[in-house]
Design a protein around this ligand. Structure first.
Ligand SMILES: [Fe+2]
Length: 227
């Protein structure tokens, strides 16, 4: 466990959003003490369930879609060693994402709207379409977890945008990931990026500034068809 005086954010960042700062410290504590991914997913899910009902987005710009896109994906926090990140995603009503993986564990909680999530397992040799494993409809306050080996596809309800809160076990905006491309029936690599810079939203960092600054300029390759 981290020492009680350990702070992962600057004093200014703490002061700006003490609830988020306490949540970040709790997730570091979970990762320090967890002995398995199963344990991590259960404990992070519990933290997200406890946190979301009492937290308000610190800035209305997290609700913005990236100009010209039907979504925004904002890096809210990145740990210095990138062992986890926190992300806010906003999707327009009636959108369907590509089936994609994260190459790490994920815990997702809904803040606003309704999302249908289909969970898939990719073919071991990437020579066949992903196989549907499960499907959840999530509403505000509800949380689900994904294993590193899984892929998923999210679909927003026809009549409302969705806002979701994510904790991932790596910086999923900068690493190479896989998506299933329906048109060519093949798995394709992509790097997602983040929408932060296009709406001038800062990232809470407890380490050096992002080395891959260009990835904060736009988030790409998320929705089915031309996005
Ligand atoms: Fe995802």
């Amino acid at each position: 466990m981290p020492s009680p005086e350990r702070r992962y954010l600057s004093e200014a960042q703490h002061a700006r959003d003490p609830q988020l700062a306490a949540f970040i410290e709790a997730i570091h504590g979970v990762l320090d003490s967890s002995s398995s991914v199963v344990e991590t997913l259960a404990a992070v899910s519990e933290q997200v369930r406890g946190f979301l009902p009492h937290w308000r987005l610190p800035d209305a710009r997290y609700l913005a879609r990236q100009p010209g896109k039907r979504y925004g994906s904002y890096l809210l926090y990145r740990a210095a060693d990138t062992r986890f990140v926190i992300v806010i995603d906003t999707f327009d009503a009636g959108q369907t994402s590509q089936i994609h993986n994260h190459r790490t564990w994920a815990v997702v909680g809904l803040i606003e709207g309704t999302e249908r999530n289909r969970i898939y397992l990719p073919a071991r040799a990437l020579d066949a379409p992903p196989q549907l494993l499960d499907e959840y409809v999530t509403r505000p306050g509800e949380v689900f977890a994904l294993q590193e080996t899984q892929m998923h596809q999210l679909q927003t309800a026809e009549d409302a945008l969705s806002v979701s809160f994510h904790v991932y076990g790596a910086d999923v905006g900068t690493i190479q990931r896989l998506r299933w491309d329906e048109a060519s029936a093949a798995y394709r690599e992509f790097r997602q990026g983040w929408s932060n810079d296009v709406v001038d939203l800062p990232v809470y960092l407890d380490g050096p500034v992002l080395s891959e600054i260009e990835l904060r300029r736009q988030c790409v390759g998320y929705l089915q068809g031309a996005d």
